[in-house]
Design a protein around this ligand. Structure first.
Ligand code: ATP
Ligand code: MG
Length: 420
């Protein structure tokens, strides 16, 4: 017997009953993004590995442990994208978009790939709604990006989400903070996990982000970035808070939120939904004023976020707004015989052309089976057409909701249904 083939670990099969929810999320995301002036960008699913090494950072978990890399037939090394920002920046530089009207505002809905341990809210192929804005340093841009994410989350009906914000400073003030942080963690080095011992040398900010209970306990008393901000960063953070207040967006300053890469600057934020388990960050974002230059482009400040759609679904389930009703046909026609079937097909195709969902039998079922099927798919009206109906040009249109019948002209059925 042939071996049963299964999907790769950490991937999903999505059928229509769930796809309806995905479609709603994607539609709402596109709609909200366009109201904020964002247009869609589409980039390749794979890129040169070096793009992510430089764009995401050599010393990140993503690059060191989580990449899906492969060599093609000409020995070029590629990677499946683990996120969307690096590709977006590459595309802007490569296509000379830095000379377009500023700020550049793009969004994407993409699949991303990371070799991680699959669990609730964490998979190996996952889906992200992401936004990127380039060309403005002003804190009102940060507040706009946050407002976009906030609006989407609210329009999806998700409750119990908290916005956490922080500022991690800039190349001016970071070194002093980094020093204070290293000194603090050095005193606890023995208790840190092995990864964090390593992070202490390469990327100490990342220790603050460690999920291990001991590290996060130690991190609780670590120095806070916001106590080390230079005047410019301090003002920027104060302005951001003011603009969020002005829009009525509630937030908590959470000094544990970091994005420990050199080119992340100032604002970082997360939307957290506590009810969905350990992987509770539904959206993470921040400012990366150094990234464009780091990837060989012009010096354009940037800010954006990535929203994990699987976690958005968990959050919608938690809020009881994840059930999207199935589309039901307005009319089901049960034809008896070939001539009637031809007539039925013509009527349903006319209704479909007019934007309605209609069906007729295409399985040559018995009349009894057809009526059972019409009931199952929740048809609003049914029409039975046989030879005598064809001859008289009249048939019984049955309202399935209240079981009433009315005799109608078969040729008039589309007009009757469309008027409903
Ligand atoms: P986490 O802290 O959960 O590991 P991250 O910092 O690695 O997240 P980002 O690179 O900021 O994640 O990605 C943005 C968002 O994408 C996350 O907030 C999360 O909602 C989602 N996400 C990231 N990795 C996964 C994954 N493996 N499976 C599902 N969603 C993910
Ligand atoms: Mg991660």
């Amino acid at each position: 017997m042939a071996v049963k083939i299964q999907k790769p670990r950490g991937t999903m099969d999505i059928f229509p009953s769930e796809a309806r929810l995905w479609q709603k999320i994607e539609k709402t995301a596109r709609d909200v993004a366009s109201r904020y002036g964002f247009g869609e960008i589409r980039t390749p699913t794979f890129e040169e590995l070096s793009l992510f090494k430089r764009g995401v950072g050599e010393v990140t978990d993503v690059v060191q442990k989580e990449m899906y890399t492969f060599t093609d037939r000409e020995d070029r090394v590629f990677a499946l994208r683990p996120e969307g920002t690096a590709s977006c920046v590459r595309a802007i530089i490569e296509n000379g978009k830095a000379s377009d009207v500023m700020p550049l505002r793009y969004y994407y809905i993409i699949n991303c790939f990371r070799y991680e341990k699959p669990q609730a809210g964490r998979s190996r192929e996952f889906f992200q709604f992401g936004t990127e804005m380039f060309g403005t340093k002003d804190a009102s841009a940060d507040a706009t990006i946050i407002s976009l994410a906030d609006t989407l989350i609210r329009e999806l009906g998700i409750e119990n989400v908290e916005l956490h914000i922080n500022s991690i400073g800039c190349p001016n003030c970071r070194p002093k903070y980094r020093e204070a942080l290293v000194n603090y963690f050095k005193a606890h080095e023995e208790s840190l996990c092995d990864t964090c011992k390593e992070r202490l040398k390469t990327n100490p900010l990342r220790v603050l982000d460690c999920k291990s209970p001991i590290c996060s306990e130690i991190a609780k008393d670590a120095p806070n970035t916001i106590d080390y901000l230079c005047e410019e960063c301090d003002n920027h953070f104060a302005e951001l808070k003011g603009y969020l207040d002005a829009q009525g967006i509630k937030y908590t300053v959470d000094t544990r939120i970091v994005r420990g890469l050199d080119y992340y600057t100032k604002t970082v934020f997360e939307f957290i939904c506590k009810g969905i388990g350990a992987q509770s960050t539904v959206c993470g974002g921040g400012r990366y004023d150094g990234l464009m230059e780091q990837l060989g482009g012009p010096s354009l400040p940037g800010i954006g976020f990535g929203m994990g759609l699987t976690r958005i679904i968990l959050a919608m389930q938690e809020s009881g707004v994840a059930d999207i009703p199935e589309n039901k046909p307005v009319l089901y026609i049960a034809p008896m015989g070939t001539a009637a079937r031809a007539k039925a097909m013509k009527i349903v195709s006319d209704l479909r052309a007019r934007g309605y969902y209609a069906e007729c039998d295409i399985s040559a079922r018995s009349l009894k089976a057809q009526m059972k099927y019409a009931d199952k798919i929740g048809a609003q009206y049914t029409l039975i057409i046989g030879d005598s109906e064809l001859e008289s040009g009249k048939a019984q249109l049955k309202n399935m909701e209240n079981s009433t019948q009315e005799e109608i002209e078969i040729d008039n059925v589309c007009n009757i249904i469309c008027k409903e």
